[in-house]
Design a binder for this molecule. Structure first.
Ligand code: FES
Length: 135
């Protein structure tokens, strides 16, 4: 069974939605259950400023992603990347064994959002450099 904390986040995920000013986006799906999440992350100087997610998935996917986003806000990319599926389960007071894999979706979507951010970062850096030279 899911814990009260997991059910609370499933019923009212505060981090659900799309972030307008994101600069890293990642999508992850589990082919076995067909659940999919998309994560939008706002980074600044390799730090997670904010994040939101859209989901088509089970209570485990919703609650673990909502918890994961709370856990990564304010952290550096390196710190956030060290969060494990066990850490997320602990944040929820535990997860049913059959739903431990659900938290992998948020971890994987975040990794892809980081790749997306890093891929675009050189362009932004060039623009920022040009901007700072003019001013
Ligand atoms: Fe597929 Fe939870 S059962 S992510």
């Amino acid at each position: 069974m899911f814990t009260e904390e997991a059910l609370k986040r499933f019923r009212n995920p505060k981090n659900a939605g799309k972030l307008k000013d994101y600069n890293g986006k990642g999508k992850s799906g589990d082919p076995e259950c067909s659940d999919v999440i998309e994560m939008f992350v706002k980074f600044n100087n390799d730090k997670v400023i904010n994040a939101k997610f859209k989901v088509f998935g089970c209570p485990g996917a919703v609650s673990t992603t909502d918890a994961f986003i709370d856990m990564i806000k304010g952290k550096t990319i390196n710190e956030a990347s060290r969060i494990t599926e066990e850490d997320i389960a602990d944040e929820l007071g535990g997860l049913p064994v059959t739903h431990m894999h659900c938290s992998n979706l948020s971890i994987e979507a975040f990794e892809k959002a980081v790749q997306d951010y890093r891929k675009n970062e050189p362009e932004r850096s060039k623009k920022n450099t040009r901007f700072s030279r003019k001013s």
